[in-house]
Structures are given as structure tokens and as C-alpha cells.
Design a protein around this ligand. Structure first.
Ligand SMILES: Cc1ncc(COP(=O)(O)O)c(C=O)c1O
Length: 373
């Protein structure tokens, strides 16, 4: 295929990738709708009715650009978190913010430290800006904090990333360990603490906001995509020092936010009763997934997120066969980690009981088929 000849050398060197094959692409390939969408860690429980109402109202003014300063959302977040609005930067989901953070810090060839098999969209942005990934294997299905720190020091890396709680394993470290890690870093290393799953995590996994808020080299990223049920609205935010948060104003897409999505996020913050209800449902669904796994002789890992990683007891080929057969025979969409030894697992997102029933019925049939029974 011919393409324009003067793309930058970096762009020319990049593979044309989409980090995730989306469920829509799978539906197009299959020519059939997916029966259970429990693979992308969205919230099948959806947003609150109050949020849907706010979105309907905002739809009438969608001809207007969103406020480029995102004033009202920043204020609402600041009030909820007990910080100043200057401590917040808003972006198009954590994914969008990760791209901006990498751009703020990384020039071609610079080392970036993360865990081997951690969130792939971060790696995608690093590679896209010419950074050099330095990966540290998980230890016991958790981020190896000492290994990550040692790699940062050895490489004099300007950027380190991990998620707590973690995707794809659902594991987590307690707040003290996270704070200890942040304080042990050189001041010249920016630490992205991705807290996409903070709403479903136990309290002790989340450092109190004031413990990290004065550190210019720490960014905490959060999102409305998970427990708030707004993945399609693309609203995420960063918590940082005012100086660090302001750096986003140099590069962000000022009209990048979706006006209806921002209205949804503000309404979602205002409906904490719904959040409490939905996080309880996510907790029950995690238990339900774990039970289904155990019924089938598989080992569910303890999770602080809106998904459960299930150790299928064998290798990646076996886990892949389960993922593929759930889809081909039953239209059930799940995913699995990308690298060993994590890829002995499959990963199932929490969701409403109807989806769980489909999984409960399908999984034994899939395992029986794969074992030739
Ligand atoms: C660790 C982690 N960070 C970020 C995201 C994406 O968040 P957003 O929808 O805000 O881009 C995900 C979604 O799966 C995730 O698992």
C-alpha cells in the first residue's frame, strides 16, 4: 500500500496497531452480536439514572463547544477530593491523558519503566513518542515495586508507570507501600499512579490525597469509565501539584472534551448514592465470577477492580482457547493478559446477572470441549 513519503522517521518505524481489538470489530468479523460483553472492564451496570437525565438535558446544547477550561468539572472534583481546582487536569479518559503525559516528558530514546504485561495503552503511547520501554516482570501477580524502583535508578528514567489496583491481575498494594515507593523515587522521575479502579478498591489501597499532593513528580490518574459507567463519554482526570497540572495546558486539545460527557461526569459526582450501590453490585459480581471459576476447578484471583483474573492452571495456549471458544461457541466476550506468566489467566469483567448466567452455562461446555470430553 502506498503512503505519504515524508512521515517522520519515527512514524514510519511504527507498526500500525490498534492496541485492543474491540468487541465491535469482533461482531463485524462474526456477523453476529455479542451475547455477553464482559471483556473490556466497562460497567454493564451503566451510569445512574440521574446521569442519563443530565446527558439528555446537555444534548440540547451540544452545538456549543465544551468550556475549554473545564471549570465546573474541576470545581466538582476539587470539592469531592478536598483539593484546589488547580490540582486537577481534565482529559479524554486516562488513555488520552497518558498520551499527553508521555509527550510532556519523553523524547525519542528515553527510558520509561513499567511492569511487563501491564496496561498496554501506556506502552502504545511510549512507543508512539519514541520512548524506550524498560519492563519489570510481575512478582506473585503483583507489581514488583522494588524491581520498578531499581530499574528507574539503573536507567535514570524520567518516567515510571503502574496501576494500583492493577490491570490485568486485579491485585493491589496498600497505600503505605505506594507512598514509600513515591518517596523513594528520584525527584527527576515522574510517577504515574494510575487509579482507574480506585472506586472499587479497598480504602487501604488508596493513599490519602494529601500524602502525595505536594510532590511535583507524582500524577494520579482517574476516570469516569469504570464504576461510574461512562467509558463511552471519555472523561478522565489527573491529580497533581498546580505546577505539574498546569503543564497539560501547554499541549492539551482545549476543545477535546465532549460536552455531554462532561455534564455526565459532573452529575455522576453528584450521585454518590448510585456509586455506592454500583460498587456493591460490582463486589457481588466479583464474588459470582469467582464462584463460577471455582465450580469449574479454576482459581479466581482476589480482585480490587471491576474484573476478576482467573488462573486456568495451564499455559497461554489453553487460556487463549478458552477465550476464543467462549466467543466462537457462545458469543461471550472476555479477554486475557498478554504475557507470561500472567497469560495463564483469563480476565472477566463484572456485569449484570444475565451475563453471569451466560458465563455460568457456557464455561463448563467450553472446558469439556477443550479437554475432548
Ligand atoms: C489501568 C487502566 N488505566 C486506564 C484505563 C482506561 O481508562 P479511560 O477509559 O479513562 O481511558 C483502563 C481501562 O481498562 C485501565 O485498565
Amino acid at each position: 500500500m502506498s503512503a505519504f513519503s515524508r512521515f517522520t522517521p519515527l512514524i514510519q518505524s511504527l507498526p500500525s496497531t490498534i492496541p485492543f481489538v474491540g468487541p465491535e470489530a469482533i461482531e463485524r468479523q462474526r456477523g453476529r452480536a455479542i451475547a455477553a460483553r464482559i471483556g473490556a472492564n466497562e460497567s454493564g451496570f451503566g451510569p445512574a439514572e440521574s446521569v442519563l437525565q443530565a446527558m439528555r438535558e446537555a444534548a440540547a446544547t451540544t452545538w456549543r463547544y465544551a468550556d475549554p477550561e473545564n471549570h465546573d468539572l474541576k470545581q466538582a472534583l476539587a470539592t469531592q477530593l478536598g483539593v484546589s481546582a488547580d490540582n486537577i487536569a481534565i482529559g479524554e479518559g486516562i488513555d488520552g491523558l497518558l498520551g499527553q503525559i508521555v509527550r510532556l516528558v519523553i523524547e525519542p530514546g528515553m527510558p520509561v519503566v513499567t511492569s511487563l504485561g501491564a496496561y498496554p495503552t501506556f506502552n502504545y503511547h511510549v512507543v508512539g513518542h519514541g520512548g524506550r520501554l524498560v519492563t519489570v516482570p510481575y512478582l506473585g501477580d503483583r507489581e514488583d515495586l522494588e524491581g520498578l524502583l531499581a530499574a528507574v535508578k539503573k536507567e535514570n528514567a524520567p518516567l515510571v508507570y503502574f496501576a494500583n489496583p492493577d490491570n490485568p491481575m486485579g491485585s493491589w498494594w496498600n497505600a503505605e507501600r505506594i507512598v514509600e515507593f513515591a518517596k523513594a523515587l528520584p525527584e527527576t522521575t515522574l510517577f504515574i499512579l494510575d487509579e482507574a479502579y480506585c472506586e472499587t478498591a479497598p480504602g487501604q489501597a488508596l493513599p490519602a490525597i494529601d500524602t502525595l499532593i505536594d510532590m511535583p513528580n507524582v500524577l494520579r490518574t482517574r476516570t469516569f469509565s469504570k464504576a461510574y459507567g461512562l467509558a463511552g463519554s471519555r472523561v478522565g482526570y489527573v491529580i497533581a501539584t498546580p505546577g505539574t497540572a498546569q503543564a497539560f495546558d501547554k499541549i492539551r486539545n482545549h476543545f477535546g472534551m465532549n460536552r455531554i460527557g462532561v455534564a455526565a461526569a459532573i452529575a455522576a459526582l453528584g450521585d454518590q448514592d448510585y456509586l455506592a450501590t454500583v460498587t456493591a453490585r460490582i463486589g457481588q459480581s466479583r464474588e459470582r465470577i469467582a464462584e463460577i471459576a471455582r465450580q469449574n476447578g479454576l482459581l479466581p484471583l482476589i480482585s480490587a477492580t471491576n474484573f476478576v483474573a482467573i488462573d486456568c492452571g495451564r499455559d497461554a495456549v489453553h487460556a487463549r482457547a478458552i477465550v476464543d471458544t467462549l466467543m466462537s461457541d457462545h458469543g461471550i466476550f472476555i479477554r486475557m493478559p498478554g504475557v507470561a506468566p500472567l497469560n495463564r489467566c483469563i480476565r472477566v469483567s463484572t456485569g449484570p446477572e444475565a451475563e453471569m448466567e451466560l458465563l455460568e452455562a457456557a464455561l463448563p461446555k467450553v472446558l469439556a470441549k477443550l479437554s475432548g470430553r
